[in-house]
Design a protein around this ligand. Structure first.
Ligand code: SF4
Ligand code: SF4
Length: 348
């Protein structure tokens, strides 16, 4: 839960170590869905870190300056200890957990520990959504989960992945949920450039999903920028949208990748990498030993030149760099922060 003391602690840590402020932890590779643009569920690796190991890893992330953590998978809610992990993490980090909409209703008490719960839902079209998720009833379950979590006072948001298949529906989906006071934040379809080589293979090549209408993608960015002025439920910054728009129109990037500088990822086995597309370089437990080494400095420089993916979260944490980046996000999202805080106060 976001409290004054947590905000103060986050601010102090940001000033002390203006380095990696975002971590994504793929807590499990188990998943009960079969999404067409995903390859995680194919891996079927059931090994995972224990609860105590995850907690130890979280302490390490806190010490190296991580402020925000996202738990995903697989479906992290398939872990029996997810409540304990969220409770532990949310003491120190802005904590978000993902669900495909299938598990959240049965884990409401556990989810109250998270600052945000993201339900992935790609379209308002029931049939299309179920086709994309590879499971009948996925849309109905996700819609029900969003409604119930919202009624229960959990900070639930909707997280669509923008792809060619739902490109023309993104604005309507945004309008629909934000008019109900439910935030929306986005992913952008892409796939791993070397599947099997990275820490995890998330994206899967899918021609149906690959964006071909870049002009519309740019128009969506413009529309969201315009909507954001009055709508506090759109959780993406203007600067990120401008970067995506520029990429869509010119094929060029206005950012350099900040993997291992502003963000890192941890997988279900505790292996660490700058992003999930890259090979793991160490384990979370060994990370403090090498974090400030010349090897890491060299690696950061190398990743800085990489242009191999357009995963939106990595763009976001690259365009907003360091302490200035944190300030930019805070200013851009000020209305949203005020909204979240007001809501939390009514729950206390
Ligand atoms: S996208 Fe998420 S919900 Fe869908 S199969 Fe992959 S891990 Fe599971
Ligand atoms: S651009 Fe950055 S986030 Fe994307 S694959 Fe390269 S190192 Fe990873």
């Amino acid at each position: 839960m976001i409290t004054y003391s947590k905000i103060l602690d986050l601010a102090k840590r940001a000033l002390k170590t203006p380095g990696t402020y975002h971590a994504q932890w793929f807590l499990t590779s188990r998943c009960n869905y079969r999404c067409k643009g995903c390859s995680v569920w194919r891996e079927r690796n059931y090994e995972e870190l224990s609860t105590e190991e995850v907690k130890r890893g979280l302490d390490i992330l806190r010490n190296i300056g991580v402020l925000e953590i996202v738990f995903s998978g697989g479906n992290p809610l398939l872990r029996d200890d997810i409540g304990e992990i969220l409770k532990y993490a949310s003491r120190y980090f802005i904590t978000t957990v993902y669900d495909n909409g299938s598990m959240a209703i049965n884990k409401i008490d556990e989810l109250r520990y998270a600052d945000f719960v993201a339900i992935s839902l790609d379209t308002l079209d029931e049939k299309k959504n179920d086709y994309m998720k590879g499971v009948d009833g996925a849309w109905r379950r996700a819609m029900e989960a969003i409604r119930i979590l919202n009624d229960e006072g959990v900070n639930v948001g909707v997280s669509p992945t923008i792809s060619q298949i739902n490109l023309y529906e993104i604005i309507d989906l945004t309008k629909y949920f934000t008019s109900l006071g439910i935030p929306v934040w986005y992913c952008l379809y892409t796939y791993d450039y070397q599947p099997g080589r990275g820490i995890f293979s998330i994206g899967k090549e899918n021609y149906e999903y690959e964006i071909t209408d870049y002009k519309t993608l740019a128009t969506i960015c413009d529309t969201l920028i315009e909507m954001k002025v009055r709508n506090p439920y759109i959780f993406i910054t203007r600067k990120t949208l401008e970067a995506v728009k520029y990429l869509a129109l010119t094929g060029k990037r206005i950012w350099r990748c900040k993997a291992f500088r502003n963000f890192l990822v941890v997988d279900h086995l505790g292996r660490v990498s700058g992003c999930h597309c890259r090979e793991p370089i160490t384990t979370i437990f060994n990370l403090p030993r090498i974090w400030r080494s010349s090897y890491m400095r060299m690696l950061r420089k190398e990743l800085n030149k990489c242009t191999n993916c357009i995963y939106l979260c990595y763009i976001f944490y690259s365009v907003h760099d360091g302490l200035t980046g944190i300030l930019e996000i805070t200013l851009d999202q000020w209305k949203s922060i005020k909204h979240v805080y007001k809501r939390l106060r009514t729950q206390i």
